[in-house]
Write a protein that binds this ligand. Structure first.
Ligand code: SF4
Length: 293
């Protein structure tokens, strides 16, 4: 298989088989991320993709799922993506479910009809690393889009029937804008009606511009307790029925699962309990030990 440099795969989807169709990230400027800093973006050569599919066809000819890599494999136009999807179906004829994590902006260059065609070729589920539904925060961390883009592109995915996840990055707005980040994100996410909302929490990794700003006193990081308060506020304002995944922050409790609205009160109560009596030093130690997003 032609895996190159850093590749990210979503651990909640089947992690085999994987197919890398791009290298690096087209944006590569989010202030909290260094994952692809030293990787130039390029499409994986078509002959590599075909060789990888030949290899997979020999190992798992009946594969029904596949996860596309790397950071934002759907950035390509429909005309470039469709032949890759057709090739996947040719080599793995039982394919039913193609997954990909990608950027909100990657949907812009596709019409609803093109998204429907990709869905018919297997594209069933996309994860969007949205991070925030608050324009100030999106600008602050250089995400490269605004809430109107999120609403428009998620609307196209819904119309095409392609399921999507939205992720919320706890702590990324800093102290002063924490409330706006939580409330506005919940409002925008609720409006977009994703199949799943995922939450992660900010870790300032070495080499990130946001860590540099924090060291210069230009970015106020949230304490562990403030992280939990922000997550609780986000959860309180989230009104869409979806699956809900949270990790990083709440130790010892599994708050993830389907039917968010049915479980919402319990999730909020668990977060409140953690705010009141959680071991903040232990949570801080878990965060300090994280090595990647
Ligand atoms: S967070 Fe995602 S979009 Fe932003 S630079 Fe990192 S890989 Fe690219």
């Amino acid at each position: 298989m032609h895996f190159t440099d850093t590749v990210y795969r979503n651990p909640y989807w089947p992690t085999f088989p994987l197919l890398q169709i791009t290298q690096g990230c087209t944006h590569n400027r989010c202030k909290f991320c260094t994952m692809y800093r030293n990787v130039d973006f390029r499409m994986q050569p078509m002959e590599w993709i075909e060789e990888d599919l030949q290899e997979l066809a020999a190992i798992v000819p009946d594969a029904k799922t596949i996860q596309l890599l790397s950071a934002n494999p759907l950035c390509m136009t429909y005309d470039k993506l469709a032949p890759i999807f057709e090739m996947i179906n040719r080599y793995l004829p039982k394919m039913e479910y193609i997954y990909a994590a990608t950027r909100v902006t990657d949907i812009r260059n596709k019409t609803v009809d093109q998204l429907k065609k990709l869905k018919n070729l297997g594209l069933k589920e996309i994860s969007l690393g949205v991070e925030s539904g608050d324009d100030w925060t999106l600008d602050r961390v250089n995400k490269g889009y605004h809430t109107e883009d999120i609403i428009e592109q998620c609307g196209k995915l819904s119309e095409a029937g392609v399921d999507f996840w939205m992720t919320f990055l706890n702590g990324v707005a800093g102290k002063e804008h924490s409330l706006d980040h939580a409330v506005h994100s919940a409002e925008i996410f609720s409006r977009c009606k994703p199949m799943l909302v995922g939450t992660g929490s900010l870790v300032l990794f070495p080499g990130t511009p946001l860590l540099e700003e924090a060291e210069q006193g230009k970015f106020d990081t949230l304490s562990e307790k403030e992280m939990l308060i922000e997550l609780k506020t986000f959860t309180e304002h989230l009104t869409c029925d979806c699956s809900f995944i949270t990790h990083h922050t709440v130790s010892g409790k599994n708050l993830s699962g389907p039917n968010f609205l049915q479980r919402k009160d319990k999730i909020i109560a668990a977060l409140e309990h953690e705010i009141q009596s959680g071991d903040m030093e232990k949570l801080a130690a878990i965060r300090r030990n994280k090595r990647s997003l």
